[in-house]
Write a protein of this length. Structure first.
Length: 296
């Protein structure tokens, strides 16, 4: 039977966005946010999980040394069976109205739409990042609402649970390719897409950023690229995306925290994008970018 390690820290609400960003940068696949706590789950079948837990504690210790009121010692550090982990996850994760149009609904919950215009994104996210409730994902859902008009040829880089791909298809996006470097995330995305009939024609592949995206898909350019990924991966992604986005096309990017926002904005401008809108939620940033047209 698979066993997970549950590790929780007491973290004040006003510090949670910062600590979540640190934990994800240190390798956490996802972070469960409570009223005054943060929790990660490590699959003990994955080599090096004990070292990762130690690394998280070290990261929190550094934040404490920098003057933040954080206790790096976990308030809980216990092993859970896969059945117990599944039940804990389901108790935490409920239907959430993330934007005016989008409600993210766990596959096991019976949820009825409140308004006709409400679009349901059904997810069984397992450990994949992107339940729709984290600020980086909700910012991207807002950006997708602002940009997608219908028919856009789209790539979702680092699709995770597949939540953004489903959202884009709900709004009429055209041919859509979703990628993730993690084979487990590819499997999770495929399973989630199958829960959402609107996204039945989305293709998911394993790829390190744009490395394995078929040239046949990018020939002639794409209209839209979505990327809600870790900040240190965004910089190498920008020069890979810039040549394939059509003039006037869009690049929506999230997962950016305060300290790196200026550097990422500079790189986007240097590679021919204009920043149409800057979006902020706590310490997290997202950009709606448009590829310059000839003469701009």
């Amino acid at each position: 039977m698979t066993t997970y390690q549950k590790v929780s820290w007491t973290v004040a609400p006003e510090l949670q966005d910062l600590v979540v960003s640190v934990l994800i940068e240190l390798g956490a696949d996802g972070v469960e946010q409570g009223d005054d706590s943060l929790t990660i789950y490590e699959d003990q079948a994955n080599a090096g999980w004990e070292q990762r837990v130690a690394t998280y504690a070290t990261g929190l210790s550094i934040l404490k040394e920098q003057g933040l009121d954080i206790d790096a010692t976990p308030v809980e550090n216990t092993a859970l069976s896969s059945d117990t982990y599944e039940n804990e996850w389901k108790n935490f994760y409920h239907a959430t109205r993330v934007t005016n149009r989008f409600t993210v609904v766990p596959a096991w919950e019976d949820y009825q739409k409140a308004q006709e215009q409400e679009r349901l994104i059904v997810m069984d996210p397992d450990q994949a990042f992107g339940t729709g409730t984290h600020p980086t994902t909700s910012l991207m859902l807002q950006a997708i609402e602002a940009v997608v008009r219908g028919g856009e040829k789209t790539i979702d880089v680092g699709t995770g649970s597949g939540v953004l791909a489903v959202a884009a298809k709900h709004l009429g996006a055209g041919e859509l390719l979703a990628t993730d470097i993690d084979e487990a995330a590819v499997k999770t995305a495929e399973e989630n897409l199958a829960l959402n009939p609107v996204a039945k024609d989305v293709t998911v592949i394993a790829s390190d950023l744009m490395q394995d995206v078929p040239a046949s898909f990018t020939d002639g350019g794409v209209d839209l690229v979505l990327a809600n990924i870790l900040a240190d991966v965004i910089l190498p992604l920008i020069p890979q995306v810039a040549p394939i986005v059509k003039p006037g096309g869009h690049f929506l990017v999230s997962g950016i925290y305060d300290d790196v926002a200026d550097g990422i904005e500079k790189a986007l401008l240097e590679h021919g994008f204009t920043i149409q809108q800057k979006m902020v939620s706590g310490t997290w940033h997202a950009f709606i970018c448009q590829k310059k047209t000839k003469g701009e």
